[in-house]
Design a protein around this ligand. Structure first.
Ligand code: NAD
Ligand code: LMR
Length: 336
């Protein structure tokens, strides 16, 4: 099931876009949190990605075993367990799923105290040894953790807003899946942009801009929006204490990392939604569709046209985002 639902579509995705022979031509990708529920399948998908020439795995535990296991996969990509500075050094792309996940009854904000420290330390190391890397943050609460990384980079005088991303791809993946289910079509044919942030009502699917176009009733749009906003909790509850989304997240992060590398390779019109430092959305960080290029964000496509329902969703999200962002900024600036 994992092969047909995750690996096969991913190989298809890589083949569709790749003219890269892999091995010597590719990029160094580092994963921090590589032994975790997301880290392991994500590391496998990266080992199979023809754009990746070197995969460096960092975690507090089990990386030698994960790396040894992956190293037997018959692809050219070199894989190794490394201590943090060696793992991150000169990486082109750093993906961060390090940190604790939710249990039923928790919000993503409840993870702040533990995960803020973890990501701050990783960002400090990245600022030192990989200031040009594209950094993709999966760790929750994404809305606050991305500002933490940016503040750390600012303190180190290494801040480049084009290079730091909060990974919201799972929201797009879910939206595509749920809309395709409702339309009874293949999810690969669906694209729903999702803007805002990555928690509760800050997740704003733009169903009015779905391709193909959908003609849902107002009630259906409200129900679909709520399902997308609540999808993380749906998985947390189904896992009943054993964590949050891991396999779908690994798929989503692999899709996002693949797009970052397509941009780095100079491919044109690579577009993904992501949560970045921005002046587009009424809060200083906002997820919008981005054109990706050789230096990360090439162009922020902004909010685009919204209908009245979506405008109200944005209005409601802004104060929440402002509070989440401030928590991240204060954490770094008041750190003792
Ligand atoms: P997990 O507990 O299975 O794995 C986390 C890993 O991080 C563990 O292997 C742990 O050893 C490692 N780790 C902890 N501190 C570290 C440090 N200082 N340096 C390096 N590694 C460290 O958790 P998971 O299910 O993989 O989830 C990881 C994070 O991703 C959680 O915060 C979760 O909320 C988040 N998440 C985000 C999204 C999203 O859409 N952005 C989706 C799912 C999960
Ligand atoms: C998700 O959307 O699945 C993640 O943010 C994990 C969570 O805690 O919901």
């Amino acid at each position: 099931k994992i092969f047909s639902q995750v690996i096969k579509p991913f190989i298809h995705l890589c083949n569709r876009f790749s003219s890269c022979k892999g091995g010597e031509e590719g990029f160094k990708v580092a994963i921090a949190g590589a032994s975790g529920g997301i880290g392991q399948p994500l590391s496998m998908l990266m080992k199979m990605n023809p754009f990746v020439k070197e995969l460096s795995l960092f975690d507090l535990q089990h990386t030698p075993g994960v790396a040894a296991d992956l190293s037997h996969i018959e692809t050219l990509c070199k894989v190794g367990p490394d201590q943090i500075y060696k793992a991150l050094k000169d990486a082109n792309v750093i993906i961060v799923p390090a940190g604790v996940p939710r249990k039923p009854g928790m919000t993503r904000d409840d993870l702040f105290n533990v995960n803020a420290n973890i990501v701050k330390e990783l960002a400090e190391a990245a600022a030192e040894v990989a200031p040009k890397a594209l950094i993709a943050i999966i760790t929750n609460p994404v809305n606050s953790v991305v500002p933490i990384v940016c503040e750390v980079m600012k303190k180190a005088d290494k801040f480049d807003p084009k290079r730091i991303f909060g990974v919201t791809t799972l929201d797009i993946v879910r939206s595509n899946t749920f809309v395709a289910e409702a339309l009874k079509i293949n999810p690969k044919e669906v694209n729903v942009p999702v803007i805002g942030g990555h928690a509760g009502n800050t997740i704003i699917p733009l169903l009015s801009r779905s391709t193909p176009r959908v003609s849902f009733s107002d009630e259906q749009i409200i129900a679909m929006t709520k399902r997308i906003q609540n999808a993380g909790t749906e998985v947390v509850e189904a896992k009943a204490g054993a964590g949050s989304a891991t396999l779908s997240m690994a798929y989503a992060a692999a899709r996002f990392a693949n797009s970052l590398m397509r941009g780095l390779r100079g491919e044109q019109n690579v577009i993904e939604c992501s949560y970045v430092a921005s002046d587009c959305g009424g809060a200083s960080y906002f997820a919008t569709p981005l054109v990706l290029g050789k230096d990360g964000v090439k162009e922020n496509l902004g909010l685009g046209e919204l209908n009245d329902f979506e405008k109200k969703e944005v209005e409601a999200a802004i104060p929440v985002l402002i509070e989440n962002i401030q928590a991240g900024v204060d954490f770094v600036n008041n750190f003792k």
